[in-house]
Structures are given as structure tokens and as C-alpha cells.
Design a protein around this ligand. Structure first.
Ligand SMILES: C[S@@+](CC[C@H](N)C(=O)[O-])C[C@H]1O[C@@H](n2cnc3c(N)ncnc32)[C@H](O)[C@@H]1O
Length: 520
């Protein structure tokens, strides 16, 4: 190894963060192919519904306070594949239309470090109606450095002091992936900085960031760091709590997260509401005797986030912070109401209570993990209930089509109708990702098995149009039958011919064609 490869860095200055940025900037939307970077837990319709309810609560509260005319800006940091934002907007618009209440206008701004993500969202078919209605805009925003939001559609910028309403900040799987400091509290409460020695693989320059990330290893060396104890250090009080309550403990400290929130806070004259989800702790007990943090690898990497300093610091500034009173397992969802008279935002707080604390995204995901393992023993009623609970999620449908199909012969009319309705709702809120999945094919085949020929034909035709090169003979066969049943004989003939082009020996198709021609 050369000296360069063994260099010692302050944790937040280590080259690992440059690799992280390079990974996301190079991969763009491809980062979510094959679940390299996980997105389901933070992007499914259920978590999006929880956030939409909280945002809706804030809009109601602002209205109640008479702040009814100025637009409310919702900015999502590191919006990634964009699926979460889409589901939030779908649900928020449904809530608005259902309630029929007067609300202040709002605009959702999806942001990310990677410009390729921004450009992909701008062209995404599912987002076009929101753009056209003025509800959605985009910005490349580097949360570690940038101070303004340069809006891509409106071609204007949001700068310090521009917003009269509170800014809503959404940050999922975000604070765990931007630079943090690494502090070590010694046996007697002394504060050390844990510097990192990054061992990189040979020929780093010829490797992709994900390969370097996979092969690098981290070691720590400690250095006394009195700067954290000085009166001028802005988070001195949080550090002193760690000194009093912890020993022999490593703590990831979100200094860059704080400055990011501070820069965003500057944009508004009325503070912010942060809604955030991460594998991140807000309870100090979780840091007791904590070992050095482990890299969690998923194409890029992440550590755990640390919500405790945010909670403590903003509460000291007068904010209300909301975190679940119970322990989370996979994802901790929190809210910080850094607003004037935060306790007066009753609808916002109630929404958190109902949609996160009582039963929230973490509970849903825990159940989902169990359900995934027990699909084969579930009945249609359980499948329908869980699918409804998850907001008619496409991923769940894809996983359970086999079991659904097995149960269809014994299904009653109500169940068939509910499946058809579920498919319709699922399709109307489907967000196609970079790695396309032929959801229309699954939907069309299930509807075919349910003898719902018109609906089946609709989805199977979408499937053959979208996946021109991958057409299989079964689809043409099903389409031909659908058309016969619907008395669309010319179309039926067309699909039989297509089928025989693909599979000239298909006996049933040949027999059907013969029957059709003889009766013509
Ligand atoms: C783990 S992904 C999370 C994506 C999405 N929020 C989710 O929950 O699926 C992290 C996202 O943050 C973005 N990102 C990384 N560093 C960033 C930075 N400094 N500023 C803004 N975005 C950043 C990445 O491009 C990526 O889209």
C-alpha cells in the first residue's frame, strides 16, 4: 500500500463521501435497479400516505391560522427514484379533493444531488399532470453546500427569506448517507474525534465507485478534541449530555445535517417542518458503549443516522419534536416542528399520532416481511386486507399473484370484484422505475383467470405495446380468447395470427383459427 492509500482523515472529510457522491451522480436512476439501493421501505404507498396526512395536517393548520394565500413549499432532499414523491402527491391530491376544504396552495419540489435524477423525473410520464397543474417542480440541490433552490420548471429560484409560509422538508434515507462527524466519549467523559484511516483497493482509478466502496476498509484512530467542549461550539449542550451520560461510546454526529437544515431554514420567514425516516436513533440509550459504526453496503453505503442531536437542539430552540415512544425496528419516522407556536399545529401533530405513532411505516414494513414469508398460506381475504393496508401497492401484488391465482377457483363474486378494483387502483398509481416490470401482464393474466375479458384485454394490450420485444405466445392466446368472448372477431383473428407467427405449432390456436374461418 502507498502512503496515499493509508491516509488519516477527519471522518467527515474522508474520501468515502466523495465516492458516495460519485456513485449517485454516475448511476443516476440506475442506482435503484435490482434493488442495489433499497427503496421499498421508504417509497411504498403506505409511508407516502403517512407523510401526505402530515402535510395535509400542516396545510389545515396554516389555513386555521389565517395563512391561506401564500404557497407552501414542500422540498424533498435526495428524492432518488422519485416514487415516494409521486405517491405523496397522489395521496395529497386525493385528500384535498375528498375533504373539499379550502387550503393554502402548495408546491412539491423534488431535489437531488444527481442531475440525471432531476432530468429523469422531469420527463417521467406519471409526473406530467402534477407539473402541468403547477404542483411539482424540481431542483438539483446539493444538501451539503447549496443555499438556494433553482427551480427547473418555473425557472426561478427560492433564496433566503423568499418563503412566507413554513418550509416542509422531507428527508428519507438521507441523513444516513451524507457526511457525519465521528465522536468518541472516553471512560471519563473526555471527547475525542475518531479519525478514519481508509484503506482503498489497488488501482482505485480504474474501478467504479461501487467497486471501491465494496473493497475499502476503515480503521479508526483517536485524537483529543477540546473544540467540542468550547462555549462557542453550537451543539455544546448536546455534547455535554453525551459526556454526562455516556462512556466508551462512539457517536455519529450530524454536523452537515445541521448546517443543511440551517440553510433550508433561512429560505423561510416562518421556520420549517421536517418529516424524516431513517435507520436512525433518537434515544441516547442506543449509543451506550456503541462500537465504531459499520458501513452498510448497498451499491453505495450508509451508516446509521443520529436523530438525537436534532431532537435535543431544536427542542431547546422551542421546537416540538415527534418520535415514536416505542422502539423502531427498520425505520424511524420523526417530525420536527421548528415553527412559531409549534404546539398550536394540532392537525399536524394528530396526523403524526395517527399515521406514525399508532401504526406507522415501520409497523407496516415489519408485517410485510412476515407476510412475504407466509403468502402461501394466506387466503384471499387476508391478501385483500394487506393489499389495502399497503395502499394497493404494486410490489405486493406482484409477489402474491401466484397465490391469488391458486385461490381464484374458490373466490366468490365479492372477492372477484374487490380484486378487480384493487388492480384498477394499483394501476392508476403505478410509478414505472428505471428497471421496468411488466405489471400490466400480471394484472391482465389475473383478470383473464377471473373471466373479466374486457379488463384483461385492456392490460394485456398495454403489456404488448410496452414490451414489444418480449411478447410471449400466452399473451396473444389470452388476447384472442378475450376478443372472441367480447365478439371482436377481427381482433381475435389478428391475435391468433400473431400467436402462430411466434409459435406455428400451437395446436389450440390452429384449431381456433380453423373454427373461426369455417364459421366466417
Ligand atoms: C439512499 S438514497 C435515498 C433515496 C430516497 N430518498 C429513498 O428513500 O429511496 C440517497 C439519495 O440522496 C442523494 N444524495 C446523496 N448525497 C446528497 C447530497 N449531498 N445532496 C443531495 N442529495 C444527495 C442520492 O443521490 C440519493 O438519491
Amino acid at each position: 500500500m502507498t502512503d496515499k492509500k493509508q491516509q488519516r482523515y477527519r471522518f467527515s472529510d474522508a474520501p468515502i463521501w466523495d465516492l458516495q457522491r460519485a456513485y449517485y451522480e454516475q448511476e443516476g436512476p440506475r442506482a435503484w435497479n435490482n434493488d442495489q439501493v433499497p427503496q421499498y421501505i421508504t417509497s411504498n404507498p403506505m409511508i407516502a400516505t403517512s407523510y401526505a396526512e402530515i402535510i395535509f395536517g400542516l396545510l389545515q393548520d396554516l389555513m386555521g391560522k389565517g395563512y391561506d394565500s401564500e404557497p407552501v413549499c414542500i422540498v424533498e432532499l435526495g428524492a432518488g427514484a422519485g416514487r415516494f414523491a409521486y405517491h405523496v402527491l397522489v395521496e395529497l391530491c386525493k385528500l384535498r379533493d375528498y375533504a373539499g376544504l379550502a387550503l393554502p396552495p402548495f408546491r412539491y419540489v423534488m431535489t437531488d444531488l444527481a442531475m440525471t435524477n432531476v432530468l429523469a423525473w422531469k420527463e417521467h410520464p406519471a409526473l406530467q399532470t402534477f407539473i402541468a397543474e403547477g404542483l411539482l417542480d424540481f431542483a438539483r440541490f446539493d444538501a451539503v453546500h447549496d443555499t438556494a433552490l433553482e427551480l427547473v420548471v418555473a425557472k426561478t429560484a427560492i433564496r433566503a427569506g423568499d418563503l412566507k409560509q413554513p418550509l416542509i422538508i422531507v428527508a428519507n434515507y438521507f441523513f444516513d448517507g451524507i457526511p457525519q462527524e465521528l465522536i468518541y466519549i472516553g471512560e471519563q467523559g473526555q471527547v475525542y474525534e475518531a479519525d478514519v484511516i481508509v484503506e482503498l483497493p489497488e488501482h482505485t482509478d480504474s474501478l467504479k465507485p461501487s467497486e471501491v466502496i465494496k473493497q475499502m476498509s476503515l480503521h479508526y484512530e483517536y485524537r483529543h478534541a477540546p473544540e467540542y467542549e468550547q462555549e462557542t461550539y453550537p451543539y455544546r449542550e448536546v455534547i455535554s449530555i453525551y459526556q454526562e451520560q455516556l462512556q466508551d461510546s462512539h457517536i455519529l454526529f450530524p454536523a452537515a445535517g445541521f448546517t443543511c437544515l440551517e440553510r433550508l431554514n433561512q429560505l423561510s420567514q416562518a421556520g420549517f417542518l421536517l418529516v424524516t425516516a431513517d435507520k436512525g436513533d433518537h434515544l441516547i440509550d442506543n449509543f451506550k458503549f456503541a462500537e465504531p459504526p459499520e458501513l452498510i453496503l448497498h451499491g453505495s453505503f450508509s451508516f446509521n443516522a443520529n436523530y438525537h442531536p436534532f431532537q435535543h437542539f431544536f427542542e431547546q430552540q422551542g421546537a416540538v419534536t415527534l418520535f415514536p415512544p416505542h422502539h423502531y425496528k427498520n425505520i424511524n419516522v420523526g417530525c420536527i416542528l421548528n415553527l412559531n407556536d409549534p404546539a398550536g399545529y394540532t392537525n399536524t401533530r394528530l396526523a403524526y399520532r395517527r399515521f406514525v405513532e399508532r401504526f406507522g411505516p415501520d409497523d407496516f414494513f415489519n408485517l410485510k416481511e412476515w407476510v412475504d414469508l407466509h403468502l402461501d398460506s394466506m387466503g384471499l381475504q387476508q391478501i385483500l386486507s394487506f393489499w389495502r393496508l399497503g395502499g394497493y401497492d404494486a410490489e405486493f401484488f406482484i409477489q402474491c399473484t401466484k397465490q391469488m391465482s391458486r385461490l381464484l377457483p374458490d373466490a366468490n363474486e365479492d372477492e372477484l370484484q374487490d380484486i378487480a378494483r384493487g388492480i384498477h387502483l394499483m394501476w392508476s398509481a403505478y410509478y414505472v422505475m428505471e428497471q421496468r416490470y411488466d405489471l400490466a401482464l400480471d394484472a391482465g393474466l389475473i383478470l383473464f383467470e377471473m373471466d373479466m375479458y374486457a379488463e384483461s384485454k385492456r392490460y394485456l394490450e398495454i403489456s404488448i405495446n410496452w414490451y414489444d420485444d418480449d411478447n410471449v405466445s400466452t399473451v396473444f392466446y389470452c388476447l384472442a380468447i378475450c376478443c372472441f368472448e367480447l365478439e371482436l372477431e377481427a381482433d381475435a383473428l389478428h391475435y391468433l395470427e400473431k400467436l402462430l407467427e411466434l409459435e406455428p405449432e400451437h395446436e389450440e390456436a390452429a384449431a381456433l383459427l380453423h373454427h373461426f374461418q369455417n364459421n366466417a
